[in-house]
Design a protein around this ligand. Sequence first.
Ligand code: TYD
Length: 215
Amino acid sequence: MGDGVLITIEGIDGCGKSTQAALLCEALVARGLPVGPAGAPGTVLREPGGTPAGEAVRDILLHGPDSLAPWTETMLYAAARAELVARVLRPGLAAGRVLVLDRYIDSSLAYQGYARGLGIDAVLAVNAPAVGDAMPALTVVLAVAPATGLGRATGVRDRIEREGIALQRRVADGFAELARRFPQRIRLVDGERPVAAVAADVTALVAPLVEGRGV
Ligand code: TYD
């Protein structure tokens, strides 16, 4: 898998992960590291999406019919992920790049596996062939109260956000469960604090992974 590094930022809707992922990319670029895919250096990758087919699937997932059967939803997220892994993540990691993802497999485990009740192991099994060894070296979960998250979400709510706070509460519990289950890889960061304080913690967690690299 080359000497690339995969870092994922996760959490409930409105936890601030897009802001933090962008700040992390900036900090890594400032260190002279080869960040993001070669075709779009310096950028954050987002899930679902990040490839033409993945963006089309995203449209179905977030702006399509209100009700999707839980396994339909799970497999569509996994399909978008398979495309991203094959076309962007594997080539990027093989080329030694540092890739920052705004959501990845843990979102499926927390939303579909835990919150929808399909089971973390069952959802992991569906994703395993798509992801293979392209697992994150580090996953930062930004922990915020569900009310904070929904309060921050601006603009038109997507299909998942429209389901409201009960789902977000289960998702938050799901991420806490994942952090207990994979303590080596997943780290919780208190996302209720000012942006700069959260960013400092995220950068400190990432630093050992890029030690000795860059300029
Ligand atoms: P995202 O665009 O990151 O939403 P936001 O920017 O509002 O946080 O993610 C889209 C939605 O898809 C979000 O509600 C979480 C959900 N999701 C899943 O349910 N499973 C998954 O595997 C992924 C990647 C996202």
